[in-house]
Design a protein around this ligand. Sequence first.
Ligand SMILES: *Cc1c(COP(=O)(O)O)cnc(C)c1O
Length: 390
Amino acid sequence: MAIHAQAILDALQTVLPADKGPYPLSEPRFAGNEWEYVKECIDTGWVSSVGKYVDRFEQDIAQYTGASFAVATVNGTAALHISLMLAGVEADDEVMVPALSFVATTNAVSYCGALPHFVDSDRQRFGVDADSLADYLADIAVIKDGHCINKQTGRIIRALVVMHAFGHPADLDALTELCQRYHLQLVEDAAEALGSFYKGRHVGHHGLIGALSFNGNKIITTGGGGAIITDDAQLARHAKHLTTTAKLAHAWRFDHDEVGYNYRMPNLNAALGCAQLMQLPQLLFARRELTEIYQRALDPVAGVKVVTEPEDSKSNYWLHNLLLDIDDSDQRDEILQGCHEANILARPVWTLQNKLPMYQGAPCMPLAHAPQLAINLISLPSSAGIGGRG
Ligand SMILES: *Cc1c(COP(=O)(O)O)cnc(C)c1O
């Protein structure tokens, strides 16, 4: 079916009038205690790597997500790096990661000295496609001494990273079952998914361990920041240790018992995070409201669908997306061009990870959906409150 770029643009402009723009993809909103909390850090001198806001933020994140433990980090990529290390990922292992993801997912695997092995995503939830991955593993993998071995490379496939794209939870039940069957650790890249629930339970701690991000474009922000969440006390302790230079507690000695990282979140950033987290319900509500606004405007237009959450899940609607009924990227780019001329700063999704120069040689399963999704998806301005501007 042919889509009508102009009809899509016209519909978008009823929601996002050009004279009230520009409309960035995702802007932060500070409407609570941010100023007060950050000022307190400056006034008291507690701006850096320890302080009461770090402890409070970790407790607040654990409480909100229902995870037993949270460890705040300097960003989401660092949280993912440590999560993979704690999942036992070692040099020369393979780690299955979605080709349809942000580069940080793949880079975190490389930081461990491991190789990414790219997998497909499904067309409904945009997360790792459990069915085709099951078929693929049946083909290429064998279990030996409790490890999943890639028969083609001889390497251990240690873990599967599941990413909840745009905040829509991946099919965690199917993926958990698959990981159990193949002796893979399930690590969640929940960077985009604070406020997203799979079958009533917050994402990020359905597997062993997971990572959140509080970058400036995410649903809440600490400026830069992230968190590791887990239900395992020992992993949580080790995560804290590894992210704080592996220093042994002592009043004055500098003793470190392994190679650690300076990945802790400063108190200044945690202060911002505490204030932001208090507003999460309103921020989620605004994101959800925007879904309906986009739907009302776009539903009458042929060849395009506003993406909605999976039926079994609650999405945070971090990014709103259009799914276009097209076969080549030229038509998509025509729409993107028109959007930008109209002050609507829409974006295509990420370049597939297996197409990036540093990852072109990495193993990759046959991708039945991801390349098509990369052509069909357009991310729309999604900031809280923008639909109400017009
Ligand atoms: C934002 C993001 C990250 C990384 O988070 P940073 O805080 O920017 O390091 C990782 N994975 C995905 C899918 C993301 O969207």
